[in-house]
Design a protein around this ligand. Sequence first.
Ligand SMILES: Nc1ncnc2c1ncn2[C@@H]1O[C@H](COP(=O)(O)OP(=O)(O)OP(=O)(O)O)[C@@H](O)[C@H]1O
Ligand SMILES: [Mg+2]
Length: 348
Amino acid sequence: MSAEPKALRRTGEAAALEEQIEELQLRVSQAEERRRALIHIMGDLNESNRRLGDQRKAMLHILKDSHRSNLRLEDSRKAMIHIMGDLRSTTQVMERREQELRDKQEQLVQAGKLATLGELTTGVAHELNNPLNNIGLYVGNVIDRIHMGELPTESARADLEKAMEQVRKATEIISHLRTFGRAAPVTFEAVDVDEVIERALSLMQEQLRLRAIDVDLDLCPDELVVHGNPIQLEQVFINLLTNARDALTEVPEARKKIRIVSSLEGDGIRIVFEDTGPGIPTEIAKRVFDPFFTTKEVGTGTGLGLSITYSIVKEHGGEISLSKTPGGGATFTVEVPVYGDGAEALLR
Ligand SMILES: Nc1ncnc2c1ncn2[C@@H]1O[C@H](COP(=O)(O)OP(=O)(O)OP(=O)(O)O)[C@@H](O)[C@H]1O
Ligand SMILES: [Mg+2]
């Protein structure tokens, strides 16, 4: 009886042992699996770590870069501020220079006017001579009659009135010259071009007459009105007349001619000055409007006439051009906008 239970016990123990072994083996295999999983995870972690490291480095790099860019940005900002400052002072210098240029131009105009004024003096002396002589005659008549004890009031009054008329004429010439010479601020107004041409011509008349220069005046029957300055425009015409006068010096008397034509051409007024002088050779024509360019002898011409003429015409929104007179000579054409709608927009 005891052997059987013993055997039975052993079988039971063995079975229990086997069970334990199986369980242990299962645990070992589970542990092994976990270990592998852990190793795997560790590997993954390592990989992530490495990537994180790389990213950190990249971040640092970017940070360094952005710091550098920041510095660069700051530098650029400073440079910009510097450039802005430079620009401001350059603008100020430019403005100052522009003002100086304007002043110089005004001085040039003034210098040109004075030179013309000097030239006009000779002619004007002749013009003044006439009324002064007349005044002398009329007043002399009255004085003679007083001396002779006879003073018919009526004829004395007539003589004195004539003398007075001549005084007025002389005063007008002088006052005209004074206006011309004065450095008056330039103001623009409605100006009748033909009237200005006639005034310029009357100032030059004596000089042209003395040189036997024939003037052919062909003015437009319509009123030609520009928005401009009468004194400046007068200077333009006097300059052109003076040049034509000089160009005719060597020309035989019968051929000394100046022709002035004014006309209305659409929205513009055209004034042409033609002379029968020797004309202007092409290589000189390019330079005639340059300040101080002159072919005249030292002390005779300043070379400012045409450059001043040019800038005055430009200020009036116009153009001046040079061409050849048919048959020889120089032709200057001035074109200015007619006063009316839009004319002002063309002016500065
Ligand atoms: N009608 C003309 N015929 C021939 N040459 C001319 C004529 N007008 C101008 N010129 C030439 O152009 C040059 C420049 O003229 P501009 O009026 O500017 O000066 P200028 O007459 O020499 O001196 P300024 O006018 O100061 O007396 C003259 O010296 C002359 O050579
Ligand atoms: Mg001149």
